[in-house]
Design a protein around this ligand. Structure first.
Ligand code: LLP
Length: 420
């Protein structure tokens, strides 16, 4: 098992001390379940790794922005990396202090920038010259300081899939590293802009820390050169991206990352920020689902379950591998099978060509490593209600998001008078 918090006890799959079957019975399926202990352990591994230097771990809310998950991290002193006004509201509601919130994204609107300035967040990661000018206009009209960093595109290749690699000029992110100086110089002359940091985020599901070394070298060189033009930087933000083990990925750890970063950053008077998402929450979460039907023809065996691509888009979107296990393992002959959902698309699958005993109707299965980019990317496609979410702590299971109702699916829609 990939997480000691998600384990078999007396032949039954448990999330901490609650069995998956009990949760399926009590809350119905499909159901996202998170282990609070696993979330806390993942955050603590970052905290411990970086104790030697001033740092702030800003959990990237986009991986999973559930209020219960976010509050678990906020109360440990974690910061938040947000990408929208919606996430800003969530972060504040979850209890993150404004001084621990940073704001990334290539397309922040002026309204979102204004909200960020008014709430006094720690840093806005600006991704283009035009955004910097917009930030200046907003800060000037509010007569409030805007602390910002430039997100640098360091031209470093990293990440597990072309869709999630971000650090090269082919990607839409950041300002090309050679173009940042005139922007900092201009910003220094603006009364309300405060250049406090420099940032890079090179990709996601990065399993080897070597690319961080290259990005760090680019950033440190820029920090030094900015100093020579009188632009001192306090915050060095290396983004998120550390990978997790979906299927033999064997990722390097926060400790490995720290070994690489600490000698370079220690004693430089910089505060290190990191923005991990996946590596905090992926392994703390499972998607619990029930078998509806089985069918097979022409040598192909399908198991149709009640969770679908609208609940977990990663297999359909990235051909991602998620291990699927039984809540109550069956013995018997193993067969090759595909686990698919009820959505009307051939791409709607959770697992392909897996070898396991054929489950029976009503059996409970768990899709592992589903805590990150699972619920947060879910949709209502096929007018399916989005799943419920539960946070488990020891023997306690709290519903942290109700299953959507059929009314929720219709919220805000109407039929024009002329059609009635
Ligand atoms: N910071 C920034 C600016 C980001 O864009 C991201 C992720 C993170 C931090 C957090 O990265 P992480 O530590 O989670 O790798 N939906 C895709 C992943 C997209 C990542 C987007 N940006 C997936 O399911 O694999």
């Amino acid at each position: 098992m990939k997480s000691s918090f998600i384990h078999y006890k007396q032949g039954r799959l448990h999330i901490e001390d609650v069995s998956a079957e009990t949760l399926a019975e009590r809350f119905d399926t499909p159901l996202y379940v998170y282990s609070r202990g696993a979330i806390e352990a993942a955050f603590t591994s970052y905290q411990k790794a970086f104790t030697e230097i001033p740092h702030l771990i800003c959990y990237s809310l986009k991986a999973n922005s559930n209020l219960g998950v976010a509050a678990t991290l906020a109360r440990l002193g974690c910061g938040a990396d947000i990408v929208s006004g919606g996430e800003l509201r969530r972060a504040l509601l979850a209890g993150f202090s404004a001084g621990h919130i940073i704001f990334s994204g290539v397309g922040k609107t002026k309204d979102e920038l204004a909200l960020a300035i008014q709430k006094n967040i720690r840093m806005i990661n600006v991704e283009s010259e035009e955004e910097l000018r917009a930030l200046n206009e907003v800060a000037t009209s509010l007569k409030r300081p805007a602390p910002f960093s430039l997100r640098v595109n360091p031209d470093v290749r990293a990440g597990g899939h072309p869709h999630i690699s971000t650090g090269t000029p082919k990607n839409k992110f950041g300002v090309y590293h050679k173009d940042i100086f005139p922007l900092y110089q201009w910003a220094r002359k603006q009364p309300y802009l405060r250049p406090v940091g420099i940032q890079a985020h090179i990709g996601s599901q990065i399993t080897k820390v070597a690319p961080y070394k290259r990005a760090l070298a680019v950033l440190l060189d820029l920090v030094q050169r900015l100093e020579t033009i009188g632009c001192g930087i306090e915050i060095l933000d290396l983004g998120g991206g550390l990978g997790v083990d979906y299927h033999g990925d064997n990722p390097q750890t926060p400790d490995d990352l720290a070994k690489l970063i600490l000698p370079q950053v220690k004693g430089r008077g910089l505060q290190l920020f990191l923005e991990p998402g996946r590596s905090i929450i992926a392994q703390a979460g499972v998607l619990v689902t029930k078998v509806l039907y089985r069918k097979g023809a022409g040598g192909k065996q399908f198991v149709i379950v009640d969770a679908a691509m609208n609940d977990l888009a990663r297999p359909a979107l990235y051909d991602a591998y998620h291990e699927v296990i039984e809540a109550r393992p069956r013995t018997g002959k193993k067969v090759k099978l595909d686990i698919v959902g009820p959505v009307c698309e051939s791409g709607d699958y959770l697992a392909r060509e897996r070898t396991m005993p054929l489950p029976k109707q009503g059996d409970v299965l768990a899709v592992l490593t589903a805590g990150a980019y699972g619920f947060s990317m879910s949709s209502q496609y096929n007018s399916r209600r989005r799943a419920a979410e539960v946070l488990v702590h020891g023997k306690t299971a709290d519903l942290v998001r109700e299953r959507e109702s059929y009314d929720d699916l219709l919220k805000g829609e109407s039929i024009p008078e002329s059609l009635r």
